[in-house]
Design a protein around this ligand. Structure first.
Ligand code: ADP
Ligand code: MG
Length: 238
């Protein structure tokens, strides 16, 4: 079943076409890699899907109904949520408070007692159980990424958008991170993964969409796209 469809999705910033007439579909419970050189339009594409940006033209549909142009909160309530390329945490607050600060904006709008229980559940889910009272400065890098993920999971998304969530992890952390993403798919979520780490793409993605200079240049399995001469050229030309 198709969860998400982009048709002619286009975003211009003045004279720059950051996303140029992009079409792709995402099937339920798949992990789709959105890859391409820096500046190719991947984060902007996620922004169009999450509603942070409105497309200049084109349509984005969730389960067949158009969501393009809806406000981000509305899109979150329909079941899409995301992590940001740069983790945005509040350094003066604890781990749990950071999750709650993110979680209350989710569609469940839990507060107080309930928010505490929900934060604990989310922290356990991402492997931060028992670390709720730590200050942000006491965390390792992967733990800050886990908080970012916990916040994205607070709205219980069907479709999760991960923007370079694995970037900067060391090899051990990377294995842990890949397992965590696998486990999110195992619980029925559909995932779009913007990623540069090729090992992660090979081990996680059912399908890949490759962008270069705003346009989709290839689509297929990881093995297909990573051996495509046009894709190799786009990366080497970066
Ligand atoms: P990627 O995530 O693939 O590295 P981005 O989607 O962030 O690429 O950016 C695609 C292009 O759009 C880049 O040239 C970038 O500078 C430009 N861009 C992104 N966001 C904005 C913005 N808010 N205003 C102007 N230009 C932007
Ligand atoms: Mg980006």
């Amino acid at each position: 079943m198709t969860v998400l469809s982009l048709r002619g999705a286009t975003k211009r910033f003045g004279g720059l076409v950051a996303v140029n007439n992009v079409d792709f579909d995402v099937q339920e419970n798949q992990v789709v890699g959105l890859i391409g050189p820096n500046g190719s339009g991947k984060s902007t594409t996620l922004n169009l899907i999450s509603g942070a940006l409105k497309p200049t033209s084109g349509t984005i549909s969730l389960h067949g109904s158009a969501i393009s142009g809806l406000r981000p909160e509305k899109i979150t309530r329909k079941g899409i949520s995301r992590t940001f390329q740069l983790v945005r945490l509040l350094p003066s607050m604890s781990v749990e408070e950071n999750v709650i600060a993110g979680a209350v904006f989710g569609h469940r709008r839990r507060w107080g007692h309930e928010a505490h229980a929900e934060a604990q559940r989310l922290l356990d889910r991402v492997g931060l159980g028992g670390k709720g009272q730590l200050q942000i400065g006491q965390l390792t890098y992967i733990d800050t990424k886990r908080i970012e993920l916990a916040r994205a999971l607070a709205s219980d998304p069907k479709l999760l958008l991960l923007d370079e969530w694995l970037a900067g992890l060391n090899p051990t952390e990377l294995r842990t991170g890949i397992e965590l993403i696998h486990s999110l798919r195992d619980e029925g979520r559909t995932i779009i993964l913007v990623e540069h780490v090729m090992d992660a793409i090979r081990s996680l993605c059912d399908a890949c969409v490759v962008m270069s200079s705003g346009s989709k240049i290839a689509e297929g399995t990881p093995a297909q796209v990573l051996s495509d001469p046009e894709v190799i050229r786009a990366y080497l030309g970066d």
